[in-house]
Design a protein around this ligand. Sequence first.
Ligand code: HEC
Length: 100
Amino acid sequence: MKKWLLLLCFTGSCFAGEPSEPRQAELRTLVKNDCSACHGLTLQGGMGPSLKPESLAGKPDELLITTILNGRKGTAMPSWKSMMSQDDITWLVAMLKSGK
Ligand code: HEC
């Protein structure tokens, strides 16, 4: 639990930016509908890499957040800036890493 909070603090959103419950539900739906197209139905990987906790472990949160926020130039990974805030994405990355 302590480690968890430390992680959130490290990415600069210490307690402040957690999305509301309804927004969290929306984000889960978005991942299911939109990310799965490239990352696989269970996020096991497809055209894009696996987003399973074991695949994301060890990758810096900053890198993952920036990738989702801005996309990756020269790859199919699009920017989600227009759909999600930085707080949304910070929460999402923690969710993906924890596998919940
Ligand atoms: C149109 C296809 C496509 C969609 C839709 C897509 N991605 Fe990606 N994503 C990719 C590809 C391809 C890469 C690998 C980019 C590279 O080669 O570096 C990637 C990379 C990533 C990475 C970096 C993974 C790593 O191991 O470095 C994350 C995190 C990620 N995507 C999250 C998401 C999330 C969250 C969504 C939904 C909101 C999403 N992606 C939707 C194609 C997609």
